[in-house]
Design a protein around this ligand. Sequence first.
Ligand SMILES: Nc1ncnc2c1ncn2[C@@H]1O[C@H](COP(=O)(O)OP(=O)(O)OP(=O)(O)O)[C@@H](O)[C@H]1O
Ligand SMILES: O=P(O)(O)OC[C@H]1O[C@H](OP(=O)(O)OP(=O)(O)O)[C@H](O)[C@@H]1O
Ligand SMILES: [Mg+2]
Length: 286
Amino acid sequence: MTTDRLLRIAVPNKGALAEPAAAMLKAAGYRQRTDAKDLTLIDSDHGVEFYYLRPRDIAVYIGRGHLDLGITGRDMLLDSRAEATEIMELGFAGSRFLFAAPGGSSMTIADIEGKRVATSYPDLLAGYFEDKGINAELVKLDGAVESAIRLGVADVVADVVDTGTTLKRAGLELFGDPICTSEAVLIQRNNAELPATAEGLKTRLRSVLVAQNFFMMDYNVDTEHLETTLALAPGVEGPTVSTLAKSGWSAVRVLVPRKGAHLLMDRLYEAGARGILLTELAACRL
Ligand SMILES: Nc1ncnc2c1ncn2[C@@H]1O[C@H](COP(=O)(O)OP(=O)(O)OP(=O)(O)O)[C@@H](O)[C@H]1O
Ligand SMILES: O=P(O)(O)OC[C@H]1O[C@H](OP(=O)(O)OP(=O)(O)O)[C@H](O)[C@@H]1O
Ligand SMILES: [Mg+2]
């Protein structure tokens, strides 16, 4: 344990980020609140204090230097214009931020000129319009933006889209390229000096991502086919090759990306590997 002050971390208290953020911190070995009414929680074993805050406010606290690290959405960080930087992608709450208009209207970005655009991300959108030289009227709403056109308050909406179900239900169609592609990110204040415990937290979060995205693979292979199989699955730091009791055979252990793991098993089998096993990683430190 370090003698540094407690590391202060902002965790989303509600919405799409809250549950997966707490789950990721738990998977990294930290304590998390068990009562949704708790505003803070101290994990003294790790020298960390968690603050449960609205996701939209997190970049503000970090940018002003009142908290050390925070979990928020990239789109929210950009919209806040806070003096904070994204330091790690966390792999959940993936979304795109897109324009939509009534179904069948076949609008283009150029058609936005002079229109009323409803959004709950006004500064993100203002930045986009500035870059593109578009003049449009921003209508700031808190949520349920998809209803703004039907209710007559806007001609176009710009909103978070995941599956597209909400837009479809509102009879809207997407147009243009995404204004932003978002996911949950770990943020810190620009050029902040953090307690030493921050490095430990980052290492643990990175390790959770590896554990989530990789499998451990074991297989046996004879000497003739060893090199071919090693080339197919080179691993992260290189495979471990040990001698098998059966003469002329090796046992190989290697980390493989979860995505495509079954295809890789087929390829390794064709290349001579046998007894191929895939195992979940409970945790790791790389
Ligand atoms: N349906 C979704 N699927 C994936 N990510 C989403 C979804 N909705 C929102 N997000 C992402 O999660 C983050 C927080 O959005 P969320 O909707 O939880 O906040 P909010 O709108 O301020 O809160 P609330 O909806 O509770 O008022 C944003 O980065 C956003 O892109
Ligand atoms: O593409 P989908 O999978 O349908 O998800 C996108 C919807 O999810 C979010 O809504 P949320 O529930 O956060 O409500 P809000 O609009 O009030 O923020 C977002 O604002 C969209 O409305
Ligand atoms: Mg929302």
